[in-house]
Write a protein that binds this ligand. Structure first.
Ligand SMILES: [Zn+2]
Length: 232
């Protein structure tokens, strides 16, 4: 019955692929099979010296770093991430996190993660967008891997300019000290996975890690992101 109903509804309001815009079949969700097969999935979970980890060498000590996709301007991934961020498609974030989680759950570094911590939006921006896209990605990861998401420890204290309004250098210098880490529960000796939707220069993650380590030196940090890019 549910299937009939769903098919009937999709005849009137067809669900569309969030990458290419084609109608989705009833066994497809978020994106079509064709786009799914073409996703530029990275192998970071199998490469302990991957490009994302190397991005942070000499900046902050990370145990592991995992990017799910390669992002290029004008690609289908850009459409997907734009819908997640600006068009109220929170389910895309959960879906991407879940897909990434399926790859990560066998990784020995990932298995030792205690908490997943999304990079916070400033509360004024979160109110405007109604959700934090990085938190949706974190929820998908947690769902696939039976981990816990914490949003109460890392707080963004300043809104700052939007990333698109700034030059690359401004982005690097502006992200210092806009975060506060509240170690109100005992985070000592825990392994945290910081997650952000897109990583470009790594400045935001670096600012978060620096703040966390300042308050809690004996903590282990890893990083995950939906997409790594040099194009922004
Ligand atoms: Zn498609």
């Amino acid at each position: 019955m549910i299937h009939y109903l769903r098919d009937f509804i999709s005849l009137i309001y067809p669900e569309l692929c969030n990458c290419c815009g084609q109608n989705l079949h009833h066994n497809e969700t978020i994106i079509c099979t064709h786009c799914l097969a073409q996703l530029p999935v990275r192998n970071d979970h199998q490469n302990s010296q991957n490009e994302l980890l190397q991005l942070f060498w000499g900046r902050v000590p990370l145990k592991g770093a995992f990017a799910y996709l390669d992002f290029k301007k004008g690609s289908k991934i850009q459409t997907l991430l734009h819908r997640l961020k600006y068009q109220q498609q929170a389910a895309i974030g959960i879906w991407l996190g879940f897909q990434h989680g399926l790859l990560l759950k066998e990784n020995p570094i990932y298995q030792k993660i205690d908490y997943i911590i999304p990079v916070p939006l400033h509360h004024s921006k979160e109110k405007l967008r109604t959700y934090n896209q990085s938190q949706k990605y974190a929820e998908g990861l947690a769902l696939a891997t039976q981990k816990t998401v914490s949003i109460n420890h890392l707080i963004r204290t300043h809104a700052g300019l939007s990333q698109t309004q700034k030059t690359r250098m401004e982005r690097i210098s502006d992200t210092k000290s806009i975060f506060t880490f509240k170690n109100n529960q005992n985070m000592n000796n825990k392994h945290l996975l910081l997650v952000d939707d897109i990583i470009t220069t790594g400045a935001t993650i670096e600012a978060c890690c620096t703040e966390i380590l300042k308050n809690t030196p004996n903590i282990t940090l890893s990083v995950a992101t939906i997409a790594l890019t040099k194009d922004l």
